[in-house]
Structure formats: structure tokens, C-alpha cells
Design a binder for this molecule. Structure first.
Ligand SMILES: *Cc1c(COP(=O)(O)O)cnc(C)c1O
Length: 216
């Protein structure tokens, strides 16, 4: 079931688009099934859950953190996390930078962009992102590598709106690279319900959970 779902999705992904299998709330056995089918990138949104799964599973898994990260919980992931996709404030970026310094790592991170209509979603506005680059603010962080942007679209059936939101993030990504030498490589957009629209609008990393593992 899981391996078949995985294959079905992988078959639809164009070359150059990577898949993070969102395994939050799923048991170890489900992750093992996806791992045995070849999947290596898994994404979690709770630090302690990720730590337990990291300890129990093969060490060549790349763990992406995709949830709101409280600064007092960075310690549960900083040793092994591959990418923190959900940097949603400068305070968090600073805290991740100093935690990474302590364990002598340089950690890849994505800045989360807020474009959806819902107030509950976190992140930087596009204007804030531009100003971080304009002011060379990210140069101050020696132990984080900002390698891309992450975004979620509004939860709506209105595909035009979803498309507009993804395309705004792609525009921001291109602007940061062309005007500010941002050197961004990863554009993480798209979940089970909207990943095809995200890819059409330039995503090169999609985060898919329920279409692989079933409902949570
Ligand atoms: C849960 C989650 C996903 C995956 O959602 P599905 O609809 O299950 O594919 C993707 N991104 C983030 C940030 C999530 O929290």
C-alpha cells in the first residue's frame, strides 16, 4: 500500500523535483515500509517525535523539520537534522545558528514565507525576505546556510488562489536570486492536495504525507 502510493507519486514528479515524505504521526513501521521502497527524505513537525524516529531508523535518512519550532526544542533535532524548512522568525534563525555552532555544524535551512490567507500560518512576508537580503542580514549567521524558501498555500478549493500564492513565492525566489545573489536552490511548496499546482509554479521540493501514508 505505502510503497505503491509512493511509486504512484514518484511517477508523477518531473525530473529535478524531490519528495519529502511527511511521516508525522505515522508509526516507525510505516516509515520503514517507505524506506524499503527507496524513500530517503522524511519530514516531521514535532521535535521529540523526530528524535525518537531518528534513533530508531537507519542513519542514511535525511530528516526535514517542517513544523513551528520552539527555541527550547532545537536541542532535540540540531545534531542530525538535514534541513529545517520552517524558519519563521529572525529570533528562531538566531537560536538555530547558535545551537548549530555549539555542536559544530552548519545546518541548511529554508525561510518560511507567509502568503496564505489564513492568519494561523507562520512565516516572513515577501517584503521581509527581500529586506533581509537587501540589508545583507543573513551574512551574520555563520552556522546556518539559507538554501531556499518554503511556503504553504491557503487551504481552499479555489485553485486560482492557490496558484497565485505559489506563483508569488516563485517570483520572490527568483528575485532573491537574480537581484540579491541569494544563491537559493530549494523551493519547497506543495502538499498532497496541491503539489501539482506547486510544481507548475516552480517547486523543486514537495512535502507529501497523506497521499503516501493514508490519513493521520
Ligand atoms: C502535514 C504537512 C504536510 C503534508 O500534508 P499532506 O496533506 O498530508 O500531504 C506538508 N507540509 C507541512 C508544513 C505539513 O505540516
Amino acid at each position: 500500500m505505502i510503497s505503491q502510493n509512493l511509486k504512484t507519486i514518484l511517477d508523477t514528479l518531473p525530473v529535478g523535483v524531490a519528495l519529502a515524505a511527511v511521516s508525522k504521526f505515522q508509526p516507525i513501521s510505516s516509515i520503514e515500509e517507505a524506506y524499503n521502497a527507496g524513500q530517503r527524505i522524511f519530514a516531521e513537525n514535532r521535535p521529540l517525535e523526530m528524535q525518537q524516529k531518528f534513533a530508531a531508523l537507519p542513519k542514511d535518512i535525511k530528516w526535514h523539520f517542517i513544523g513551528h519550532l520552539q527555541t527550547n526544542k532545537i536541542k532535540y533535532i540540531i545534531d542530525y537534522v538535514s534541513v529545517i524548512e520552517s524558519i519563521d522568525s529572525l529570533r528562531l534563525l538566531e537560536a538555530v545558528n547558535s545551537a548549530a555552532k555549539k555542536v559544530d555544524r552548519i545546518v541548511d535551512v529554508l525561510l518560511e514565507v507567509f502568503v496564505a490567507k489564513e492568519q494561523t500560518k507562520q512565516g516572513f512576508s515577501p517584503e521581509e525576505i527581500v529586506s533581509l537580503y537587501q540589508n545583507h542580514f543573513l551574512h551574520e549567521f555563520s552556522n546556518v546556510n539559507v538554501v531556499g524558501l518554503m511556503a504553504m498555500a491557503s487551504f481552499t478549493d479555489n485553485t486560482d488562489q492557490v496558484e497565485r500564492e505559489f506563483s508569488a513565492v516563485k517570483h520572490l525566489y527568483d528575485t532573491v536570486n537574480s537581484k540579491y545573489n541569494g544563491n537559493l536552490k530549494t523551493l519547497s511548496m506543495g502538499m498532497s492536495g496541491d503539489y501539482k499546482i506547486a510544481i507548475k509554479n516552480g517547486a523543486n521540493l514537495v512535502r507529501i504525507g497523506s497521499s503516501i501514508f493514508g490519513s493521520r
